[in-house]
Design a binder for this molecule. Sequence first.
Ligand code: NDP
Ligand code: 2IT
Length: 451
Amino acid sequence: MAVSDHVNLDQFMAGLKRRNPGETEFHQAVYEVASNVFDYIEDKEIYHEMQILRRIAEPDRIVIFRVCWEDDNGNIRVNRGYRVQNNNAIGPYKGGIRFHPSVNLSILKFLAFEQTFKNSLTDLPMGGGKGGADFNPKGKSDNEIMRFCQSFMTELYRHIGADIDVPAGDIGVGAREIGYLFGQYKRLTNRFTGVLTGKGMEFGGSPIRKEATGYGTVYMMDDMLTRRGHSIEGKTCLISGAGNVAIYAAEKLIELGGKVVTMSDSSGYIYDKHGIDADKLAYLTDLKVNRRGQLSEYAEKTHAKHFSSQRPWNVPCDLAIPCATQNEVSRADAQTLIRNGCIAVSEGANMPVEQDGIKDFVKARVLFAPSKAANAGGVAISGLEMSQNSVRVTWSIDELQARLRNIMRDIHDRCVEFGSEPGNDYIDYVKGANVAGFIKVANAMVAYGVV
Ligand code: NDP
Ligand code: 2IT
């Protein structure tokens, strides 16, 4: 095979931007990985020769489709559905589905690209994918949600399968939506298979799937702090978001003796200087998950303050766990956190901190766990849900708790292995996660030759 001329990072990024114009989130995610991987592969000719990074940054396949549905007033509504199948070198495509009005190709390509490395880090056999629609679930009735999910699956079912592509939840897609999607898949194919994860316990779901992402993000925080002789006990923590990831991050943080003083949603954030305890969190969970309300109502019922349309990052803290959405921590927010004494950040959401903000955290030696490592606990338990479905068994809660804890510890340790530099005791977890995630996918692609 001919040895190709090496392109440098700038040339690589210029090519990526030319081929994917205007897709800023996708550019951002690829740059973060490429800037570390280019250093790592400098003296490893095979990865250059085989154009591995260029190939991982070109999705295997993208499906875009119309989703037509009827609202409760009899109006015909039209949305756009997507599935980005990024890479299946180490297992079937795997990754969530997002329903949010902001969903577009750039966001789903960034998420599918990230997922490829995240899933590799779990050490389970899963490739990377992501899907969704620009559908806004807010204010819709249960029947409207059901009709939308059924219409979405009526196209998607052709492209997925237990050994092909296994979607799950993400923003706007929780237990209710997974139930409707799975029901429609089963009806269309007459097959009961593990084609989705995050299912209800009655129909093949796994214990602790709903808790796994939030718990895992806190385990990563715990492992980073422990390595430096600190602990979560007594630390003040800012959490953003009030959805699946945020709620279970808060639960675990409180259990480990931390004090959670903020949570947020699209209405703004709440600040509870006494700390959100288990009872208040139960009230908040009922408000957000069962009644689909807004955090302003939480503030009315407790002593918390509600700050409309603002994010929580100016509140003094020791720890920060962003769990809402991408780019919710700007560079200025990162600098405020550093100034206020924050010592560690664990990303529950996907890519919540802007690129320059990450650089500032690293420069200030703030412990920083990037999302592809910190929030991998969710997809790890999804991978174990697939295993359980394949052999038609359900493992115990204790078994899954122990596996989640071990998987997160292994991910932490692999980040340390690949993120250490001689003579520097600060671990670059971003580099560690990118390089460790890359190696397994890259080696599988080398083994397959040019495909
Ligand atoms: P949910 O829909 O359950 O919760 C999302 C929360 O974030 C809600 O409180 C929502 O507010 C808020 N939010 C979402 N978008 C915005 C926005 N643009 N501005 C302000 N607030 C916003 O989603 P998840 O908890 O599942 O996902 C949160 C993050 O975690 C995402 O980045 C997702 O990709 C990531 N993630 C999720 C995993 C999972 O297993 N679910 C696994 C790994 C990562 P409101 O309630 O008002 O809508
Ligand atoms: O971003 C993610 O890792 C998820 N939304 C979960 C994916 C999954 O397949 O469980």
